[in-house]
Design a protein around this ligand. Structure first.
Ligand code: NAD
Ligand code: ZN
Length: 371
C-alpha cells in the first residue's frame, strides 16, 4: 500500500473556478479499503455547490461522488468484495454509531467529516500531486473524478455484471436520493398524490419512483419546458411551469385541495414555501435541495399545526445502499425505472462543459466516461 499509482484527476483549486485536469498519484488500499478503476462518474449538483463552496470542503480537492467501476485491489481487512467485482460507489458512513447501527447511515454521526471533510477523519489524504503535495480527497468517501478511486468496503456496492456499469454511478447519489425519498422516506403509497418541486435528476428520479410506488397523481414542477416534457414521459400525470402559473393554486386545483406527499429538490427557499402551502392535511414535504448554509425559509406556523402537516430533511433518500442500489438496478433492467433517459455521456476532459450544460438545464445527468 506504500506503492503509488499514477492517475488523472479533475481538481477544483479555487472557489467558483473551473475544474482542471491534472496528473496525480494515489496510494493503494489499506484495511477495509478497495481501489476501484473508475469506469464512469455522474456529475451531481452537489459537486457544483462544493466547487462554489456552499459547503466549505477544503481546496484544492478532487470531487466526484457518483463513481462506478471495477475493483482493482483490496485491503487486507476486506471481507465480501473481490478483485474484478463491479461496484457503485456511494456515500460514506462509519457503520457503527447509533444511526448506522439502526440502518440509517445517511445520518451517521460522522457524515459531514466522512463525506465533506476533504480527507480521512485524521486529516490525511490518499492523493498527492506530482510534487508530493496532498490534494484533498475522500469526497463522499471516494473522490471519483479520477481514473482510480479508493473507497471503503461499506460504500462500494456490488452490482450485477450484466448491468451497464458506465450508467450506474448516479445510483450512488442523485438517483437514490430522489427515488429513496419517495420509497423509503415519504413512503408514497398506491393511489396517493405526489408533487416533485424540481424536475432535475433528483426530482425526475422521484417521479419515476412515485410511478413504481403506484401513486395515481404525480405532479412535476419546474421552469424548464423540456424537463417537464420528459417528466410526462417518465410518469408525471400533470406538469406545472412555475414561471407561467401560480404553483400553489395549480397544485391545489389538480389535487382538489392539496397534495399528500411532496419533495423539494430545487434548493430554493421560496419553492419550499410554495410546497408547504400546497400540502393537504397530514401532508408531508421532504427537503433534499441544498441551498447555501444559513438559508432561511418562512412559513405560517399555523399552516403546519392546523392540518398536521410536516416538513422533513432527507439525506440520500434514507437508503441502505447495499439493499436499495441493487433494487434500483433490477427495476432499471425490468424497464420500470428508465433513468438512462436522463443521462448524457462526456469524456472526463469535458467536465467543465458537462457542468455548464447541467447548470443551463441542457443536460439532466451528465456522466463522465473515464476508463
Ligand atoms: P438539478 O439542477 O438537476 O435540479 C434542480 C431543478 O430545479 C432544475 O431542473 C431547475 O430547473 C429546477 N428549478 C430551479 N428553480 C425552480 C423554481 N423556481 N421552480 C421550480 N423548479 C425550479 O439538480 P439535481 O442534481 O436534481 O439536485 C437537486 C438538489 O438536490 C441540489 O440542491 C443537490 O445539491 C441536492 N442533492 C441533495 C442530496 C441529499 O442527499 N439531500 C443528494 C443529491 C443531491
Ligand atoms: Zn450528489
Amino acid at each position: 500500500s506504500a506503492e503509488l499509482r499514477d492517475i488523472t484527476v479533475a481538481v477544483v483549486r479555487e472557489k467558483e473556478k473551473p475544474f482542471s485536469i491534472e496528473q496525480a498519484r494515489i496510494r493503494g488500499p489499506k484495511d477495509d479499503e478497495v481501489l476501484v478503476r473508475v469506469v464512469a462518474t455522474g456529475l451531481c449538483h452537489t459537486d457544483l455547490i462544493v466547487r462554489d463552496q456552499y459547503y466549505p470542503v477544503p481546496l484544492p480537492a478532487v470531487l466526484g461522488h457518483e463513481g462506478a467501476g471495477v475493483i482493482e485491489a483490496v485491503g487486507p481487512a476486506v471481507k465480501d468484495l473481490r478483485v474484478g467485482d463491479h461496484v457503485v460507489l456511494t456515500y460514506g458512513a462509519c457503520g457503527h454509531c447509533n444511526p448506522c447501527s439502526g440502518g440509517h447511515g445517511a445520518y451517521c454521526k460522522d457524515f459531514y467529516g466522512l463525506n465533506f471533510g476533504g480527507g480521512e477523519l485524521d486529516g490525511s489524504t490518499a492523493i498527492q500531486d506530482p510534487h508530493g503535495h496532498p490534494l484533498h480527497d475522500h469526497f463522499f468517501a471516494q473522490s471519483s473524478f479520477a481514473t482510480y478511486a479508493l473507497s471503503r468496503e461499506n460504500n462500494a456496492i456490488k452490482v450485477p455484471e450484466d448491468a451497464p456499469i458506465e450508467l450506474l454511478g448516479p445510483l450512488g447519489c442523485g438517483i437514490q436520493t430522489g427515488a429513496g425519498a419517495v420509497i423509503n422516506s415519504l413512503k408514497v403509497g398506491t393511489g396517493s398524490s405526489f408533487a416533485s418541486y424540481g424536475a432535475g435528476a433528483v426530482g425526475l428520479s422521484a417521479v419515476m419512483a412515485a410511478r413504481v410506488a403506484g401513486a395515481t397523481t404525480i405532479i412535476a414542477i419546474d421552469v424548464v419546458p423540456s424537463r417537464l416534457a420528459l417528466a410526462t414521459e417518465l410518469g408525471a400525470t400533470h406538469v406545472i411551469n412555475s414561471r407561467e402559473v401560480d404553483v400553489v393554486e395549480a397544485v391545489r386545483g389538480i389535487t382538489g385541495g392539496g397534495v399528500e406527499y411532496a419533495l423539494e429538490s430545487t434548493g430554493r427557499a421560496e419553492v419550499l414555501e410554495q410546497g408547504i402551502a400546497a400540502l393537504a392535511g397530514l401532508g408531508v414535504i421532504g427537503v433534499v435541495g441544498a441551498p447555501k448554509l444559513g438559508t432561511k425559509a418562512a412559513f405560517d406556523i399555523n399552516d403546519l399545526l392546523l392540518g398536521g402537516r410536516s416538513i422533513r430533511g432527507i439525506v440520500e433518500g434514507d437508503s441502505v445502499p447495499k439493499v436499495f442500489i441493487p433494487q434500483l438496478v433490477q427495476l432499471y433492467q425490468q424497464g420500470r425505472f428508465p433513468f438512462d433517459k436522463l443521462v448524457k455521456f462526456y469524456p472526463l476532459e469535458e467536465i467543465n462543459q458537462a457542468a455548464e450544460d447541467s447548470t443551463k438545464g441542457i443536460t439532466l445527468k451528465p456522466i463522465l466516461k473515464i476508463g
